[in-house]
Write a protein of this length. Structure first.
Length: 236
C-alpha cells in the first residue's frame, strides 16, 4: 500500500485566514504583510523539504584518515573519540591557526551563540569546535569569551583540516561545518556546508541556507537587513 501523502493547504489560504492584526496598521500594510506571510509559509515548507532531502542522503564516505586531536583535559583522541556517547557528531572548524593573531570574528560570533545552545544540542548529538592553535590558546580564548559549554579540540596534525575543508590546498584557513555519523561501528561523513564564494549570488557574501549564525537571522527581520559592509568584531 502506498504511503499516505499529506496535502497541505495553500500558503495563500493560510495567510488570508491569519487573524493577527497590528494596532493602527493600514490596509496597504495588511495587504503587503499577508502577501509576505504567504511567502514566509512557503519558505518554512522549503526549509523542511531541504532538511528532509538532507536526511535522506545516501551513506557518505567512510572516515579513514589519521586524525588526531587534543582536548581541554590534555588527552588525545581520534575522530571517534569526539562522538562521546552519541551516534552523530557536528564539528565546526574555526579559523584560529597558530599563525593567526586573533580568533576569526565571524567564527567567534557563530560560536558565541552555539555555546548558549551547546547543552541543548548535546542532548541529541555531539557538538565540538576545532582549531589548529595549541589547546592552551583555544582554552584561553574560551575563558575570554565566557564560553561555558562548547567542547574545544586542537587539530594536532592538521590532517583533519586539510581533508575536511578547514584548509585550502594553498594553506589558507576556512571555516567549515561537518557532520559525521557512527552506525554499525563505521564512521562516515554525512554532510558539509558547500556554499562558498563560487555559489554566492551577486552582491552577497557567501552564506549557507539556512544561516547557522543567529546574528544574521535576527538582522534579516529588520528594515535595515544585514547590509553588505558590516561585520561583527571581537570587541566594541
Amino acid at each position: 500500500m502506498d504511503a499516505k501523502i499529506e496535502t497541505l493547504p495553500p500558503a495563500d489560504q493560510l495567510a488570508h485566514e491569519n487573524a493577527v492584526r497590528v494596532p493602527n496598521e493600514s490596509a496597504a500594510y495588511r495587504a503587503a504583510r499577508t502577501a509576505l506571510l504567504a511567502q514566509e509559509i512557503e519558505l518554512r515548507r522549503k526549509i523542511e523539504s531541504v532538511a528532509a532531502q538532507r536526511r535522506a542522503l545516501p551513506p557518505g564516505g567512510p572516515v579513514i584518515g589519521d586524525y588526531r586531536f587534543i582536548g581541554e583535559d590534555g588527552s588525545t583522541t581520534d575522530l571517534a573519540g569526539l562522538f562521546g556517547d552519541k551516534d552523530t557528531l557536528v564539528a565546526y572548524t574555526a579559523m584560529y591557526g597558530p599563525e593567526r593573531e586573533k580568533f576569526c570574528p565571524m567564527c567567534t560570533n557563530l560560536l558565541d551563540s552555539w555555546d548558549g545552545n551547546a547543552r541543548d544540542i548535546g542532548q541529541k548529538v555531539s557538538l565540538v569546535a576545532i582549531g589548529r592553535s595549541p589547546i592552551e590558546r583555544l582554552t584561553a580564548f574560551k575563558r575570554e569569551r565566557g564560553w561555558k559549554h562548547l567542547r574545544l579540540y586542537t587539530d594536532l596534525n592538521s590532517n583533519y583540516a586539510k581533508d575536511y575543508f578547514g584548509l585550502t590546498p594553498g594553506g589558507d584557513e576556512m571555516p567549515a561545518v561537518n557532520v559525521f555519523t557512527r552506525r554499525d561501528g563505521t564512521i562516515r561523513h554525512f554532510w558539509t556546508g558547500e556554499m562558498s564564494g563560487s555559489t554566492a549570488d551577486p552582491g552577497q557574501d557567501p552564506r549557507g541556507a539556512p544561516d547557522a549564525a543567529a546574528l544574521w537571522t535576527v538582522l534579516d527581520m529588520t528594515p535595515e537587513g544585514r547590509g553588505g559592509d558590516w561585520y561583527p568584531k571581537l570587541s566594541y
